[in-house]
Design a protein around this ligand. Structure first.
Ligand SMILES: Cc1cc2nc3c(=O)[nH]c(=O)nc-3n(C[C@H](O)[C@H](O)[C@H](O)COP(=O)(O)OP(=O)(O)OC[C@H]3O[C@@H](n4cnc5c(N)ncnc54)[C@H](O)[C@@H]3O)c2cc1C
Length: 347
């Protein structure tokens, strides 16, 4: 079995590791000349980190979040709820594993559909601007433009999230502690504001009281309804290329890794379509809930939202447990009462 994987990000490398480890012949083409630090916060739930044994590459752990909107605030606390990764270290760990399993990774080799590599299966793991997806003829998904920088100071182990529309129209802004004295500042803005994203980041930095910051860069995050179809003939899409990102937060690594496992299983079983079935049962419904929640967040007044979260006691539910990647954990009578009231407010 020959598999050609396009893209050496988390989704492509995890697929490759799994397949090569089971004896498939795996070739990975990566456009960049090496693994680089991608513009990404690298925040992963403790569950995901444990499931994929990623602890060794973690930079920091966080114990909760303070969510702000105008004068309102909500505090969610859970010990070691998430880990923060430098993407260069995370991707390097995944590369090491894929190569140790026997995958052949070629850097500086962009795939454009014209080169001939004999393969039984083609995997498009080439991220937001996927060449494989566009060669199939699929349109680019809707996106927010994300930007990240670093500030120096004194920070605790909590993430701060700012929902105010004037700070980050169409998404939100954040501060993530990376160590005791370094934090990441970042935000996402609706794609139509993408050319101004750095102006928004400058403004956010000043809002936090910092005149300057070290810029990492800006990059789009697919924020759209999930795709029902992820198999086209002998071609499979996975990760950001398949819009397997949470539209609420933009997080895509966790679902990309889970989908990679499902895809590798399907390739090995000789039934590629079983990947699509698993995607539809386990991934699609969760991502759909995130997409619906994003639509809601786009329309609701963030201050009122935080007031209602407190009123309905959802702060406690958020703090208590569950998987931050899996929206189903929130389901409770209190949650449905909250949804009902929210829907009435939006009508
Ligand atoms: C500002 C920001 C913050 C984020 N924060 C988080 C977070 O905290 N947690 C989280 O889970 N996710 C986060 N994400 C999203 C996360 O970065 C992506 O979901 C994740 O990188 C997707 O992994 P992937 O393997 O699908 O694609 P990628 O990591 O994008 O990898 C795709 C690879 O394919 C290569 N490639 C592209 N085209 C070609 C081609 N034609 N030929 C060969 N190679 C090609 C690229 O060079 C790239 O290396 C964030 C994103 C942004 C922009």
């Amino acid at each position: 079995m020959n598999v050609l994987v396009v893209g050496a990000g988390p989704a492509g490398l995890r697929t490759s590791e799994f397949l090569a480890g089971e004896g498939a012949s795996v070739t990975v083409l990566e456009r960049s000349s090496e693994i680089r630090r991608k513009v990404c916060s690298g925040l992963l739930s403790a569950k995901t980190v444990k499931r994929f044994a990623l602890e060794d590459a973690a930079e920091n752990t966080v114990h909760g979040a303070r969510i702000h909107a105008g004068k309102e605030g909500v505090f969610v606390e859970r010990k070691n709820v998430a880990y923060v990764f430098d993407r260069k270290l995370l991707d390097s760990l995944l590369l090491e594993r894929a190569e140790a399993a026997g995958a052949e990774v070629h850097f500086g080799r962009g795939f454009d559909g014209s080169m001939r590599f004999p393969h039984d299966v083609l995997v498009g793991a080439d991220g937001f601007a996927s060449t494989v997806r566009s060669l199939i003829g699929l349109p680019a998904p809707r996106y927010v433009m994300g930007a990240i920088g670093f500030i120096r100071g004194s920070f605790d182990d909590y993430v701060d999230i700012y929902l105010d529309r004037d700070l980050a129209p169409g998404f939100f802004a954040w501060v993530i502690p990376r160590s005791e004295n370094t934090a990441e500042i970042g935000l996402g803005v609706n794609g139509k504001f993408s050319s101004n994203v750095l102006e928004y980041l400058n403004r956010f930095s000043r809002f936090l009281g910092f005149d300057s910051y070290e810029l990492l860069g800006a990059r789009p995050i697919p924020v759209d309804f999930p795709m029902l179809r992820v198999i086209y003939g002998n071609t499979a899409l996975v990760g950001d290329a398949a819009v397997q990102t949470k539209a609420t937060t933009g997080g895509g690594i966790s679902y990309g890794l889970r989908a990679a496992d499902a895809l590798a299983h399907a390739v090995l079983s000789g039934d590629l379509y079983s990947y699509q079935r698993l995607h539809r049962i386990h991934i699609y419904p969760r991502l759909l809930l995130h997409a619906l929640a994003r639509k809601y967040l786009d329309h609701v007044d963030p201050e009122r939202l935080l007031r209602m979260i407190k009123e309905y006691g959802l702060e406690r539910d958020l703090s208590r447990g569950g998987d931050m990647d899996d929206p189903f954990f929130l389901f409770s009578p209190r949650f449905f009462a909250f949804i009902f009231r929210s829907a009435v407010l939006l009508i």
